[in-house]
Design a binder for this molecule. Structure first.
Ligand SMILES: [Zn+2]
Length: 390
């Protein structure tokens, strides 16, 4: 039992996943802090036969826990870190003290994604107890650096696993994928994210002598227009059309009578599997160089797009969701990036199934208590469908 400061009359927290979720919310694991979350999870997994390996990189804590030595390997993945709570006065209760009100549990990380972690760990313990001789292996790949730079988390662990030829066959990420009801949406891929800073070089000067200046704002305006007008692709069955967005432009001569010598613009593409970062960069560079402009482009790739084709993993996930909720999930590639971008390129089929995402990164973040139990049942069913020995 837990002490959650629960109001009298609420249903008792007799659920193991809810118990673990409350323990995790109490740990103030703001990126890149783990605040003991991984230790807590490892202590639950070890007695069930998981070999727990801590893989710290820089100030980031990571855990690789595995039960079994043979394939196929079903991995549950996620992050213990949470975003800052913002102004405390916007919360109805302490963001790091789980609070149960009218069937919902409130606290930072309740939806993104400590409920996913609590459900997957609890589901694995239940599954292992019922099927100690399951086929294949079960693993957990958990990090404390997903919400931040994400450079020393899942990415590094995957590199370390690949270096020793340890390959994940199926991966379920517990990110909050659902829109209105638990299981209504399962992510089977993500768009790529590619950013650039364009620096346009000009010649500053007095506004009264236009023949002596080269105004970078004027040079860049038609380029920006063409970037906006270009239809990059039409999208496809799984991806919406690729989108271009400019997020900032800075150029200032510093006085009303001085033209600027330089312009900096920052923009981002969210792109489908029609492109790779290299082909997209090539297209943009060609577009820019067709204009009379002196421009350098500094690129930053957050992640290539990925798509998990239909197969045993997607079938098992859809079946598990349907059996538990009666919903047939939409298989989607929407939303922002996730650590799936690091796991998929290593050859794993990756899906994301987690709670409703309406309150994530907001004050009063919360999850339905009933959904935590249902999500646990879905994860357990996925293990049964993929790993139970015949
Ligand atoms: Zn998340």
């Amino acid at each position: 039992m837990i002490d959650t400061g629960i109001t009298a009359g609420e249903p008792g927290p007799d659920d193991a996943a809810l118990d673990l979720l409350c323990d995790l919310i109490r740990r103030r694991s703001v990126t890149p802090e783990d605040a003991g979350c991984l230790e807590l999870i490892a202590e639950r997994l070890k007695p069930a036969g998981f070999t727990c390996e801590f893989m710290p990189f820089g100030e980031v804590s990571n855990l690789w826990a595995r039960r079994g030595t043979v394939g196929p390997l079903l991995c549950f993945a996620g992050h213990t870190d949470v975003v800052l709570p913002g102004p405390i006065e916007n919360w109805s209760s302490d963001p790091f003290e789980p609070d149960l009100r009218e069937g919902r549990l409130y606290g930072r990380g309740a939806a993104d994604m400590k409920s996913g972690l609590a459900a997957m760990v609890t589901a694995a313990l239940q599954f292992v107890a019922a099927h100690p001789r399951h086929s294949g292996s079960i693993a957990f790949l958990l990090t404390s650096d997903e919400e931040g730079r994400a450079r020393e988390g899942t990415k590094k662990v995957i590199e370390a696993l690949s270096a020793r030829n340890e390959a994940i066959d199926w991966c379920v990420l517990g990110e909050p994928s659902s829109r209105e009801h638990l299981g209504d949406t399962v992510r089977i891929g993500r768009r790529g994210s590619l950013s650039a800073i364009a620096t346009v070089h000009g010649v500053e000067g007095h506004v009264a002598y236009p023949e002596q200046v080269d105004n970078p704002i004027r040079r860049f305006a038609p380029v920006l227009d063409e970037l906006h007008e270009t239809v990059w692709d039409e999208g496809n069955e799984f991806f919406p059309p690729t989108s271009f967005q400019v997020v900032s432009i800075a150029s200032d001569g510093g006085a009303p009578n001085v033209t600027p010598g330089e312009l900096k613009a920052r923009f981002n593409f969210r792109y489908s599997t029609v492109w790779t970062s290299e082909t997209l960069k090539g297209k943009v560079e060609k577009l820019v160089s067709a204009h009379d402009i002196d421009c350098t482009l500094d690129w930053h790739l957050s992640g290539e797009p990925f798509l998990t084709e239909e197969g045993r993993l997607t079938e098992a996930v859809v079946k598990a969701v349907y059996e538990e909720s009666g919903l047939r999930p939409e298989l989607s590639t929407g939303g922002g990036t996730s650590d799936g971008r690091f796991i998929s390129p290593a050859g794993a089929a990756v899906v994301e199934l987690g709670p409703v995402n309406a309150s994530i990164h907001k004050p009063d973040e919360n999850v339905s208590v009933a959904d935590v139990a249902s999500l646990t049942a879905m994860y357990r069913r996925i293990m049964e469908l993929l790993l139970r020995a015949e």
